[in-house]
Write a protein that binds this ligand. Structure first.
Ligand SMILES: C[S@@+](CC[C@H](N)C(=O)[O-])C[C@H]1O[C@@H](n2cnc3c(N)ncnc32)[C@H](O)[C@@H]1O
Length: 237
């Protein structure tokens, strides 16, 4: 399976995240009832055994996963994102936490990473791959900047398949969340984009196939919260 490229999506996505950046952290916690933090923590735990020294967090946004990665005590974490506004909020959080020596956030595109081949021991993405204009290219770039044997950890929404979780999830995701998101973020599109983008995106085995195609082996996934999200892992060939 391959994910099709969607020309023009990058600018729309950047503008959308620039627009909601100030309320993004609040909305994340509020709309997921804090579950997003638990999921990020679990994603970080996937790297506990190997304790990577240099980590790239792609589509880092306001830096929540980058900050969570500090638990692994790496020497360096670089977060990249196309939204300058999301990064601004992230930088404030990093200064507040006093961890500027370890974490650097910079503007950058997942599909054209500004790093040499084999620069990192691990690469992470939380709720980012679904937003890429060209997922295959993003994952190939991820593989390129990883050392052979380096680990990729990707956290993304999935789609629960079982009754009644599927029905409850669809109601919340398609009705409640776009309404609350619209009222709170002031952006009429951002939170209707969310269910749409999840609905269109491959998950489970379909996503693992895309990872293998991009240069990863030993690919696996863990389902989270009855299939609402998943953590995908792979090793760079
Ligand atoms: C839902 S947010 C996730 C942010 C963060 N990782 C988190 O866990 O909260 C998705 C992020 O992906 C970024 N993004 C989308 N396409 C990108 C691309 N091509 N390159 C880099 N970042 C991208 C957006 O700007 C946005 O900040």
């Amino acid at each position: 399976m391959t994910a099709t490229a969607q020309p023009g999506k990058k600018k729309q996505v950047r503008d959308m995240f620039d627009g909601i950046a100030r309320r993004y952290d609040f909305l994340n916690g509020f709309l997921s009832l804090g579950t997003d933090r638990r999921w990020r923590r679990k994603a970080v735990r996937q790297l506990e055994k190997t304790r990577p020294a240099r980590i790239i967090d792609i589509a880092t946004g306001t830096g929540d996963l980058a900050l969570e990665l500090l638990r692994l005590r790496p020497s360096r974490i670089v977060g990249v994102d196309i939204s300058a506004r999301m990064l601004e909020i992230g930088k404030q959080k990093i200064v507040k936490a006093g961890v500027q020596e370890v974490i650097t956030l910079q503007e950058g595109d997942s599909e054209q990473l500004d790093f040499a081949d084999m620069s990192f021991d691990a690469a992470t993405v939380a709720f980012g791959v679904r937003n890429f204009e060209n997922v295959n290219k993003g994952l190939s770039e991820m593989a390129r900047v990883l050392k052979p044997g380096g680990q990729a950890v990707i956290l993304e929404f999935a789609q629960p398949e079982r009754f009644p979780v599927r029905q409850l999830y669809n109601f919340y995701f398609n009705r409640v969340l776009p309404f609350l998101g619209r009222v709170i973020s002031g952006n009429p599109h951002a939170y209707s984009y969310l269910p749409r983008s999840v609905g269109e995106f491959p998950y489970g085995d379909g996503f693992l196939e895309i990872m293998r195609h991009a240069g990863f082996s030993d690919t696996k996934y863990i389902s989270l919260s009855f299939g609402i999200a998943a953590i995908y892992t792979g090793i760079r060939n």
